[in-house]
Design a protein around this ligand. Structure first.
Ligand SMILES: NC(=O)c1ccc[n+]([C@@H]2O[C@H](COP(=O)([O-])OP(=O)(O)OC[C@H]3O[C@@H](n4cnc5c(N)ncnc54)[C@H](O)[C@@H]3O)[C@@H](O)[C@H]2O)c1
Length: 355
């Protein structure tokens, strides 16, 4: 008997869907593992353009109608942050497994409701944290899980752009996205650092967010262009934070869309009492026989994290396996982000009740 193909639908077919999701669904379709049934976007031309480009059978502008008209095994949510929770919950209720773009949602209450819907409907839910699927991250995870760092006590998560405010979409509008670089790119390095450390539970966070450039008419956004309306910009463009975890682990964090620095830099570093790691440059830093040692990983399989996350999620559905990015872990990342924004407003450390 022919193997059943998973029926896939993609909701919100903007930049990330076009660049990183739909090509990978198309590849899986060519392998005979999935069928791209429907795409949906509130911008009708966009939905039609993407359906034609990737061969979707049906086109929708209303996700509720899309979920009512056809049965889907997998729904891939690639809308702006504001729509992640309602679309994910509706899709889970309609019986689909859901992969949703980062950040999981606009706040931890929404994340909890998404997890509840996944549990009630016995469906899988995973946030598309592609960095966990990059070859460098997988190598470091292997090294850390083998105990090479000893006792882990501190980490740093950095994602600093000199000038790089997204000009497309609605990243710069708080009611659409919640915040700026903290939730947009900070979520990537924060999630990666916590996962590499073995997912310790957060207990408190403090931080400050700043809006220094994004609403200024004299902003030079360099190669990222100028299309958004300065008057709409009401999120931060820089944040720094300090997070405490169980087992006396701490994490420092710095993120920006715009800052007066020499070069863009991003990455995660983790300190243990036997060795430390960093993602950029990729390495393991230790000591032996009273000298310092550096281990480099000169070759790793070339693979795209975006491609691997979609293949992984498909395999989890096909074989009923647990997903790598557990929704409870994404909830804790969101709790930290919520706490940093609150700390910035109140100028005080905010306790986190991690579940
Ligand atoms: N993983 C990554 O590296 C990465 C990179 C960029 C963006 N993202 C995330 O992906 C999401 C989308 O970002 P983007 O850059 O593609 O933005 P985008 O604005 O290019 O695309 C979003 C699309 O969703 C559509 N949309 C909005 N509401 C909808 C609804 N109710 N139903 C159907 N369609 C709807 C919009 O019309 C638009 O076409 C964001 O959450 C963002 O954080 C992730």
């Amino acid at each position: 008997m022919a193997k059943m193909k998973l029926r896939v639908g993609v909701i919100g077919v903007g930049a990330i869907a076009d660049e990183k999701h739909l090509p990978n669904w198309q590849e899986l379709e060519a392998e005979g593992r999935v069928e791209l049934i429907g795409v949906c976007d509130i911008v009708s031309e966009r939905a039609h353009e993407m359906a034609a480009k990737y061969g979707a059978r049906v086109v929708h502008t209303d996700y509720k109608k899309m979920l009512a008209d056809d049965k889907y095994d997998i729904i891939d949510v690639c809308t702006q942050n504001r729509h992640h929770a309602p679309i994910t919950i509706a899709s889970l209720k309609a019986g689909a497994h859901v992969i949703v773009e980062k950040p999981m949602a606009m706040n931890s209450a929404e994340c909890r409701a998404m997890i509840q819907a996944a549990e009630t409907n016995k469906r899988k839910l995973m946030v598309a944290q592609f960095m966990r699927f990059e070859p460098d991250s997988e190598k470091l995870k292997e090294v850390i899980d083998a105990g090479r760092l000893g006792t882990i006590y501190s980490a740093n998560a950095t994602y600093l752009r000199r000038r790089g405010i997204p000009g497309w979409g609605k990243f710069h509008i708080a009611k659409e996205s919640l915040g700026g670089p903290l939730i947009d790119i900070g979520v990537h390095v924060l999630d990666l650092a916590i996962w590499l450390m073995g997912c310790p539970k957060p207990i408190a966070a403090s931080g400050k967010v700043y809006r220094m450039f994004g609403d200024r008419e004299d902003l030079c956004n360099a190669e990222w262009g100028e299309p958004y309306d300065r008057k709409e910009f009401d999120v931060e463009d820089y944040a720094s934070a300090y997070v405490r975890f169980e087992r006396d682990i701490t994490l420092t964090m710095e993120v920006s869309w715009a800052a007066n620095i020499e070069n863009e830099r991003s990455g995660v570093s983790i300190l243990g009492d036997k060795a430390g790691i960093s993602t950029s440059p990729l390495g393991l830093y230790g000591y032996e026989n009273r000298s310092l040692t550096t281990t480099r990983f000169d070759w790793l399989p070339p693979q795209s994290g975006h491609r691997m996350e979609i293949r992984h999620f498909t395999e989890c559905v096909e074989r009923n396996r647990p997903v790598r990015v557990k929704p409870e872990e994404s909830l804790r990342v969101q709790q930290i982000i919520d706490a940093i924004y609150e700390s910035s407003r109140t100028n005080a450390e905010v306790p986190i009740k991690a579940t």
